[in-house]
Ligand binder design. Structure first.
Ligand SMILES: Nc1ncnc2c1ncn2[C@@H]1O[C@H](COP(=O)(O)OP(=O)(O)O)[C@@H](O)[C@H]1O
Ligand SMILES: [Mg+2]
Length: 264
């Protein structure tokens, strides 16, 4: 596994809330520029693991490192997009993005930040709404703005927790494509950790899928996703290899659930 400047490493990580084990023995390496999906059922600790990588929680045991350096708390190198992203409601969408730009480029003038913010918004199809407030936009548009804001931070790591979970299927598909376009179109590529409970979404987006099981949360297996990019849904959903991998992952998840039911 590459130890690039923007690689991630999680080693023998345990985490607990109070006395109850939430994550146990997590080992995970993400290479620089890799798109990793964390896939698992609800309660398997996906969000908790992402929060640990973001530096928002501290491990009980084990090691977390980015680019070979131990992680100490949140940092501007890791942008996070949550399922319900809180844009600042009192600021216009443009100012929300300009605020992120100010973090990435503190020396830019207010005018320069505004111009850049409009460019970022235009990339996610929101060029016309920079002057509006988040509440004036639909859920899909708000999540677009949240993504524009996260990208404006220009951080090498992008951590996303079911960012499209609350969207209707059409908007969801649009934003999936947008995310992959942005990720593929930037050099160097960002290192992405993308949480989802949707096998299809994981296989459509990721280079590799780490499958998590629950009670306690841990990684059951990892799968390389071999499909060529750009991936087209229609072609993928007709591909026998896609269905085989999908089936294999679904079986791994079921087997883990059943093993726990029988043990209980
Ligand atoms: N703040 C908290 N306090 C106590 N338990 C929590 C807290 N947040 C999450 N948990 C528990 O940790 C486990 C993993 O949660 P989470 O990481 O949100 O899973 P996922 O994102 O895979 O659905 C769940 O059993 C959940 O109930
Ligand atoms: Mg979650």
């Amino acid at each position: 596994m590459s130890q690039g400047r923007h690689s991630l490493l999680v080693e023998s990580l345990d985490f607990a809330y109070g006395g109850s084990a939430i994550l146990q023995g997590i080992d995970l390496a993400v290479a620089e520029g890799e798109f990793l999906a964390l896939l698992g059922p609800s309660g398997s600790g996906k969000s908790t693991l992402l929060r640990l990588i973001a530096g928002l929680e501290q491990p009980l045991a084990g090691r977390l490192a980015a680019g070979g350096k131990p992680l100490a708390g949140p940092g501007p190198d890791r942008a996070v997009v949550f399922q319900h992203y809180a844009l600042f409601p009192w600021m216009t969408v443009g100012d929300n993005v300009a605020e992120a730009i100010a973090k990435a480029h503190p020396t830019l003038s207010r005018k320069e930040r505004r111009t850049l913010a409009r460019e970022h918004l235009a990339r996610v199809g929101l060029g016309e709404v920079a002057g509006q407030h988040p509440f004036e936009l639909s859920g899909g548009m708000q999540q677009r703005a949240a993504i524009a804001r996260a990208l404006a931070l220009e951080s090498p790591f992008l951590l996303m927790d079911e960012p499209f979970g609350a969207l209707d299927p059409v908007n969801r598909a649009r934003l999936q494509d947008l995310l992959v376009d942005v990720w593929q179109g930037s050099t160097p590529r960002r290192t992405v950790v993308f949480v989802t409970h949707d096998v299809d979404e994981a296989l459509l987006l990721a280079d590799r899928v780490a499958v998590m099981g629950a009670n306690p949360g841990r990684i059951i297996r990892e799968y390389a996703v071999p499909f060529e990019r750009p991936r087209k849904r229609t072609a993928l959903f007709k591909d026998g290899a896609f269905h085989q991998l999908r089936e294999e992952i679904a079986e791994a998840l079921d087997a883990d659930t059943l093993a726990h039911l029988e043990a209980a």
